[in-house]
Ligand binder design. Structure first.
Ligand SMILES: [Zn+2]
Length: 341
């Protein structure tokens, strides 16, 4: 082994008998360990002669793969057409990454292509990464979270309105029936909801955001009623997210960074209790994370006034408030990110 010979050369220069003896022992141990590793490693699996991808740091949380799964997911192999479990599978649910569990495709975007592999014309936004193959002909698709190989994507075939075919190996995915899918759900209030939605939308792992009203005591409030300070609601953003790709803690840190949590019942030029800073938690864990982060900021001398309360009814806002900056263009007038962590 290269490692052993380098060590041998280095230590040989010292010329000490005692050290040489120690070296022999070390070499013996190294050789023994290396031998053990070789024995433990799964035998090479025939593939497309592609190198194994770099192991991402969070690998310990990933599912253990069989040699057959490794051949496709780690070595860019391809399962034989018409042999995969999901080729003709059209049940309601989500297709997730076999390796890391990230949500990849929704069943409603699946279509029968008759090519012999599962075909989708749309992926969950940001969940699938495209990389041109070295030959410049095809475009590889991988899981954006763990880098696992999924297959290839083709455009211009005219098969669906979206004119896109994600051709995915069944073995790269795990299907979850709709009732087993565990989305993350979070609710943040931090001033004018236009800007908060705009900034939360940019976080990878966020699947959907909705602006609306929560924390009040009336039903189906309108914007005018909320602005009249008679309903108790706060302008808020409901966030649906993939907990594999983004944690609540990451979202909550972002929340603190995109508004000023020390301003009471206002945010910049917007004044009134509907602009209060609040986290409406949906689980005990979310509550603990929110309180931990607030304690951390207070420990730094910030007088954080963010309320942490259980999530109650959330009333979606009027259509013209949804994705306001996406429709209108421009950047939020009162929200910008300020790094705190
Ligand atoms: Zn993955």
């Amino acid at each position: 082994m290269d490692l052993s010979s380098n060590r041998c050369l280095k230590w040989g220069l010292i010329g000490s008998l005692v050290v040489a003896l120690a070296l022999c022992l070390a070499l013996f141990l190294l050789a023994t360990r290396a031998g053990g590793e070789t024995t433990d490693t799964a035998p090479p699996v025939p593939g497309d002669n592609q190198p194994i991808m770099t192991t991402p740091p969070a690998e310990e949380t990933y599912r253990q793969l069989t040699p057959e799964e490794e051949n496709v997911i780690l070595r860019q192999g391809t399962e034989r057409p018409f042999t995969g479990e999901y080729t003709d599978h059209f049940a309601a649910g989500l297709y997730t990454c076999k390796r890391c569990g990230a949500m990849l495709y929704h069943w409603q975007d699946k279509f029968p292509s008759h090519y012999g592999w599962p075909s989708f014309d749309h992926s969950i936004p940001g969940a699938v990464k495209r990389t041109p193959d070295a030959d410049g002909i095809r475009t590889e698709i991988t899981c954006a979270h763990c880098g696992g190989h999924l297959g290839h994507v083709f455009e211009g075939e005219g098969l669906t309105d979206k004119d896109t075919r994600y051709c995915v190996n069944s073995i790269s995915m795990l299907f979850l029936p709709e009732e087993q899918v565990k989305y993350g759900q979070a609710y943040f209030a931090a001033g004018c909801f236009w800007g908060i939605q705009h900034l939360l939308d940019q976080q990878p792992g966020v699947l959907q955001t909705t602006v609306g009203y929560t924390g009040g005591h009336t039903e189906t409030p309108t914007y005018q009623q909320v602005c009249s300070h008679t309903t108790g609601h706060a302008e808020a953003v409901a966030v649906l997210y993939d907990p594999v790709r983004v944690s609540f803690e990451t979202l909550a840190k972002l929340f603190f960074e995109i508004h000023d949590p020390t301003q009471l019942n206002r945010q910049g030029p917007d004044r009134g209790d509907q602009y209060r800073s609040a986290i409406f938690y949906t689980t005990d864990e979310q509550q603990q994370v929110a309180e931990k982060l607030i304690a951390e900021l207070k420990g730094r001398g910030m007088n954080v006034v963010t309320e942490v309360t259980p999530a109650g009814p959330f009333w979606p806002g009027e259509d013209y408030h949804q994705e306001y900056y996406q429709k209108q263009g421009g950047q939020p007038y009162c929200h910008a990110r300020k790094q705190l962590w």
